[in-house]
Structures are given as structure tokens and as C-alpha cells.
Write a protein that binds this ligand. Structure first.
Ligand code: ADP
Length: 635
């Protein structure tokens, strides 16, 4: 069992079935051997019973012969040894006695005085035939050994009887020669199985008659160690003269005494068992084949069901949580297992989805938190900067006012040389610029703007063109304006103008930074659904991908110190967002940048209130903090 542990179920079933085959075959072989032994016993009993019957018959027959012989011995013709009469008498008797070869009567000298078979007047030699002299000597019946009949010239055994005269004197010997070949014919007629043999042996175990191959074995010793007939067991197994092993049944014929043996070949028992063995084997093999086929069928369908489950488990282990298919299972246990597995897979999938959802929510919350955190930090920084800027602007404004006032007074002084006046004018211009910057910073930090009105973006563009035309011409930059809508938006004119102006100034500075002799800017306004869109497109170098995410962050600038503050787009973002619009950037077909904003179209009859609370705050997580500023044209 242990070595089968790692084998597939089908191989295990085959191995177990083959292992089962061994005890089955052993049982079949044992049963066949038992049957063979029983058959051998039966055959031995059959042989013993036939031998007993035949022996009894022979004993009866020989008793009859004795009676007939004593009757013949008392016949007058025999008592008087009258040869012609005896010949006639014996011939008549022989006709009715086929088992008697001849009947002979001789006087005490051995001269033949009568014979059933015609004979010359020969004599019986007492030397050659001891039974004759024994009969004369004892006056009692005798039995000869196997001999060849002197008259018949055939093998025979002679039963001799004394013949007495009327006075009781021994006058002769009556001999009855047994017809042994005839006896053999009778033996052959006994219904026995093929190969059986019936043997009659004398007291010296010499074969007297044999139902098979008599001429070969008559006169030979049937047993190399002669045993007296009465000492031979009733049944025995031995190998006969023809080298065939047989089961023998033995019976004693008292007259001899002789031994009548009936032998049935032992191989017959094996032959009789052979069909049974074949039948048993066939039953075992057919049964085992049926069991094997059945088990193979069952195990195949089982292993197919298990394989399907294993494939589904592997699929889930590989991360595919789609619901497993329901297949037909070979039995109820596997069906239940499959159902339980499908339920488990469904629960696993639900848990997995819930976890995914939770993780996604947590990620979003984390991002929101981080964004809010960044926003708070920026807002706080901006608020601090705003306070600082407003304080500095206020402090600087007074001395600047004093400087400017003093300069104006100096300009009016007629005693001052023209060269000094030029210097005063220069100082006045630079101080004016400083005052303008301070004013802007002041406005930026105070976050103030005027009330919203209906704004026509065409007017905004006209204002911006007027402000920038001369400067752009000086830089060799062509400005084109396209107007495709007349619809108005609800906003503060100055703020929208500030955003547009910022776009145009950035476009101009971008073209100038490329150090080209010429450039172009396209400013256009058109409808996008329920919104009006204003775009400023330039053919400058455009925005690099790294800078793009930072464009609308406060203080982000790529310009040299003094030229850029990084507040223009951030402030624009805040303005447009505060009116519910969108602001953005994209690269254009000229290779430069296009900045745009979209504002909702306003029905002139309705006067919407601007989205309260939006000013100066962000609406979206990713939006930069909103800043407002008033931008005066940069000169
Ligand atoms: P500033 O102009 O003071 O730098 P802005 O917020 O207006 O601040 O602009 C931020 C940055 O955006 C600029 O420094 C510049 O790098 C980039 N930018 C804005 N407009 C353009 C443009 N039209 N082409 C290329 N870069 C631009």
C-alpha cells in the first residue's frame, strides 16, 4: 500500500485488482486439487468395488465348477475311466462351459482316459505337473500354477480333483483347465474407464489373466516384490507393468488363492478435474476482468472529477477568481465537494472584491489627505506671504510717495540744470515703477476685485490688443484676433482682462525667449456648447512635459529673477475657477503653447450670483490654491 501512495488512482486500482487475483487463483487451485483428491478417492473406491464384485463372481463361479467337477467325478463313465464315454461326456460339458478350456481325466499313472478336446493318447507327466502328483498324494483337489495346456497348447490353470471307484479307491484325477483368454475377454467387458485394467495374479504375483495386452504380460510378475494375495491391501496406488500409475482395488479369489485387481489410471482424476479447473479459472478471470473494468471506469471518472477540481483550484491559486464551471460529477460525494468548492470560490471572490474596494478607498482617502495637507501648507505659506507683502508694501509706499513728491518739487525748480533734470526724470520713472509694483503686491495680498457684470469677451480682446499692440510690433510678433461668438459671460471685466493679458504677455515672453526675429500669436473666442472659450496660441518653444503639472502652482516660474514672479497663471486659475469656469493648457500645431479659459454663457435676462465662497479657495483636490491679482500691462 505504501509504495502505491504516489501512484495515480487508476494504477492503484489495477495493482489492487491484480493483488486480489492472487488469492482468487490460489483458492481456485486449492479447490481444483481438493476435487482431484476426491476424484482419486472415488476412483479408488470404484476400483475396489468392481474388484470385490468381480472377485465374488469368480468365487461363485469356481464354487460352481467344484460342484460340477465332483458331479463329473461321480459319473460312472469317469469312475470306470471309460475313455469313449468320457470323451463324449466332456465334449458335451465343454459346449456349455466357455470358461473351461478342456476337461481331462487320467488314471493314477497319468495316462489320459478321457478329454473334451480330441487328443492323442498322451500322458500327464507328474514331474512337470506337480498338481497331479499332489492330488494323487493327498487325495484332495489341487490347483496348478500357470501352465500351457498339454492338449490345448494354450495358457491355462488346471483345477484337479480325485476320482474314486465305487469302492472308494483313488483311480484317477479329473482336471478342468480354465480358459484364461476367455476370462480376459470377460474382464474386458467390465465397464471401466479408459485405460483401466483387470488383472488376475496367482499367489506368487504372476499374471494369470489381464484385460489389456495379455500376451505381453501373462506369466510375468505383476509386483517385483511378490506379496501373498491375502496380505495385499484393499486399495493401493502403484505403477503397473505397462508403467502406468493406477489406483487399484484388490479382491482375493479364495480358490487360488489368487488376487483380482482392478486398476483405474490415476491420471483420470486429473483429467476429470481439468474441466472444473478450466471453469474455475474462467470464472475467476471473467470476474476479475469485470471488477477491473468496473473499477477502472469508476476510478477514471473519479480522477477526471478530481482533475477538474484541481485545475479550478490551481486557477484560483494563480489569481483567476472567475467562478468555476459546474461539471457533472461521477458520484454524490464529488458533487457535494464541487458545490462546496464553488461556494468557497464565490465567497473568496466576494471577499477579494470587497478588499480591493476597501484598498482603493483607502488609497483615495490617503491621496485626498495628502493633497489637503499640501494645500493647507501652501495656503498657510501664501497667507504668511500675503501678510508680509501687504506690510512691506504699506511701509514702502510712504517713503516712495515722499520721494516722488520731492522729485516733482525738484522738477519745478528752475535753477536746476537740464542734465540734473534728466537724472531726476529717470529717478522719477524708476520710483513710479516701484510704486506700481508695490500697488500690485498690495492688490494681490488684499485679494480684492470689483463686482461681476455681463462681459463681452470681444471687448476684453480689444482692450488687450490696444495695450499690447505696440510692444508686440516692436518685438516683430504678429497678433491675429478671431471672433466667432457674441455671447457674453458673467464676470469681472478687469479680472478677465487680467487673465487674457497674462496669456498674451506669457506668449510674447516665450517667443522672445526663443530669440527668434519673428513670431506670431493668435487670440480667438468661440462657443463650446454652453460655454465661451478664449484661447491664446503662440509659436514659441511650448511647455516641457516636466513643467506642465506645475504651471498653475503659485511661484512656479522658468523666467529669470526679476522677470517672472510665478503668480500670473496661479492668479488666473483662481479668477476663472471663481466664476465656475475652467482654465488649461495644451500644445498646438505650431509647436508652441495654447492657453485657454472657458466661462459659462449667461442669459442676459438672468443675473446669476457668482459662486459664493469660491473666491480664493480651491474646489478640487488637485487644483492649485486660488490667488487674485491685478495685473497692469508689463512694459
Ligand atoms: P511668470 O510669467 O511670472 O513666470 P506665470 O504663472 O504667468 O508666471 O507663468 C508660469 C510659467 O509658465 C512661466 O514661467 C513659463 O515657464 C510658463 N509659461 C506660461 N505661459 C507660457 C507660454 N505661452 N509658453 C511657454 N511657457 C509658458
Amino acid at each position: 500500500m505504501h509504495i502505491l501512495k504516489d501512484q495515480p488512482i487508476r494504477r492503484q486500482v489495477v495493482a489492487i485488482t491484480c493483488a486480489l487475483l492472487v488469492p482468487f487463483i490460489v483458492a481456485a487451485a486449492w479447490s481444483a486439487d481438493r476435487s482431484r483428491i476426491e476424484h482419486a478417492d472415488e476412483l479408488r473406491e470404484q476400483a475396489a468395488s468392481v474388484a470385490a464384485t468381480a472377485g465374488a463372481y469368480l468365487n461363485t463361479y469356481l464354487s460352481g465348477l467344484d460342484s460340477m467337477a465332483s458331479a463329473l467325478a461321480r459319473h460312472p463313465a469317469v469312475m470306470t475311466l471309460d475313455k469313449p464315454q468320457c470323451d463324449l461326456l466332456f465334449e458335451a460339458v465343454l459346449r456349455d462351459q466357455p470358461l473351461i478350456l478342456n476337461i481331462v481325466v487320467s488314471d493314477v499313472t497319468g495316462a489320459v482316459k478321457g478329454s473334451g478336446v480330441p487328443s492323442d493318447n498322451s500322458r500327464v507327466s507328474s514331474n512337470a505337473m506337480p498338481y497331479f502328483s499332489d492330488t494323487i498324494r493327498t487325495g484332495k483337489p489341487q490347483v496348478s500354477d500357470l501352465m500351457t495346456g498339454r492338449i490345448s497348447n494354450r495358457p491355462t490353470i488346471v483345477l484337479s480333483y480325485p476320482v474314486r471307484s465305487a469302492q472308494g479307491a483313488l483311480v484317477g484325477v479329473l482336471g478342468l483347465g480354465l480358459n484364461l483368454p476367455r476370462l480376459q475377454t470377460l474382464f474386458s467387458d467390465i465397464p471401466l474407464p479408459e485405460g483401466s485394467v483387470v488383472t488376475l495374479a496367482d499367489r506368487n504375483s504372476r499374471v494369470l489373466a489381464r484385460s489389456r495386452d495379455a500376451e505381453r504380460f501373462i506369466g510375468k510378475l505383476s509386483d517385483p516384490h511378490p506379496t501373498a494375495p491375502r496380505d495385499v491391501p484393499r486399495t493401493q496406488i502403484r505403477t503397473a507393468l505397462d508403467n502406468v500409475e493406477r489406483s487399484y482395488g484388490n479382491a482375493v479369489v479364495d480358490r487360488g488363492p489368487w488376487l483380482l485387481s482392478v486398476g483405474i489410471p490415476t491420471s483420470l482424476a486429473t483429467m476429470r478435474v481439468a474441466p472444473l479447473v478450466r471453469r474455475n479459472l474462467a470464472i475467476v478471470l471473467i470476474t476479475m476482468a469485470a471488477i477491473l473494468l468496473l473499477s477502472l471506469g469508476l476510478s477514471t471518472s473519479m480522477s477526471r472529477g478530481i482533475d477538474t477540481l484541481r485545475a479550478a483550484v490551481q486557477r484560483i491559486a494563480d489569481g483567476d477568481l472567475s467562478p468555476p464551471q459546474r461539471n457533472s460529477a461521477p458520484n454524490r460525494e464529488l458533487t457535494r465537494l464541487q458545490d462546496a468548492f464553488i461556494t468557497m470560490a464565490a465567497n473568496l471572490r466576494e471577499t477579494h472584491l470587497a478588499l480591493d474596494h476597501q484598498v482603493e478607498q483607502e488609497r483615495k482617502m490617503r491621496e485626498t489627505l495628502q493633497s489637503l495637507q499640501r494645500q493647507v501648507v501652501r495656503q498657510e505659506r501664501l497667507a504668511a506671504v500675503g501678510v508680509l507683502v501687504s506690510g512691506v508694501a504699506h511701509e514702502l509706499n510712504n517713503p516712495l510717495q515722499a520721494i516722488l513728491g520731492t522729485l516733482e518739487l525738484l522738477e519745478r525748480d528752475r535753477n536746476i540744470a537740464p542734465a540734473v533734470l534728466e537724472e531726476i526724470a529717470f529717478v522719477k520713472t524708476q520710483s513710479g515703477r516701484a510704486r506700481e509694483i508695490i500697488r500690485n503686491l498690495s492688490r494681490f495680498s488684499s485679494q480684492q476685485s470689483g463686482p461681476p457684470t455681463l462681459v463681452d469677451l470681444r471687448e476684453v480682446m480689444t482692450e488687450v490688443v490696444q495695450l499690447r499692440r505696440r510692444d508686440l510690433d516692436a518685438s516683430g510678433i504678429g497678433l491675429t484676433v478671431e471672433v466667432q461668438t457674441e455671447r457674453k459671460v458673467w464676470a469681472n471685466f478687469t479680472e478677465v482682462e487680467q487673465v487674457t493679458l497674462n496669456f498674451v504677455i506669457n506668449a510674447q515672453q516665450s517667443i522672445e525667449a526663443a530669440e527668434r526675429s519673428r513670431g506670431r500669436i493668435l487670440m480667438r473666442v468661440f462657443d463650446v456648447g454652453k460655454r465661451v472659450r478664449l484661447e491664446v496660441q503662440d509659436d514659441g518653444p511650448g511647455v516641457t512635459p516636466e513643467d506642465e503639472p506645475k504651471l498653475f502652482q503659485p511661484f512656479f516660474t522658468t523666467k529669470p529673477v526679476g522677470k517672472g514672479t510665478g503668480l500670473g497663471l496661479s492668479v488666473s486659475y483662481g479668477i476663472i475657477e471663481s466664476y465656475g469656469g475652467t482654465i488649461g493648457h495644451h500644445p498646438n500645431e505650431w509647436g508652441g503653447a495654447t492657453f485657454f479659459f472657458e466661462l459659462p454663457v449667461t442669459d442676459p435676462s438672468v443675473r446669476p450670483s457668482p459662486p459664493a465662497g469660491n473666491k480664493g479657495t480651491s474646489k478640487s483636490d488637485d487644483r492649485p490654491p486660488l490667488l487674485h491679482r491685478s495685473v497692469s500691462p508689463r512694459v
